[in-house]
Write a protein that binds this ligand. Sequence first.
Ligand code: FES
Length: 101
Amino acid sequence: MSHTVKFTDRDEVIEANDGQTILQALLDSGIEWMHACGGFCNCTTCRVKIEDGMDNVSDMHEDEKNTLRRFQGDEVLEGPFRLSCQVTVHGDIKISEPDWY
Ligand code: FES
């Protein structure tokens, strides 16, 4: 089963296999997406903003929380930002590329 991942900030739509990380779906689709630590949850360069469909992605596990908190502060956990190398897709979603660092 595959799901649709639609960008809200550019004219692109890709497919993600059920349970695939957003990062892997992006890379498989030929989209360049920064992932400095290689997808090991040790940076935050792969971050993605979930614009719609937060219920269709995996819950945030402790490692992802700790990495986001370490680099971006506690408040980032309140928002729609996730690490694309950690979050998996289980339904249609809409995303955009965050412009914060
Ligand atoms: S690639 Fe480094 S945290 Fe995702």
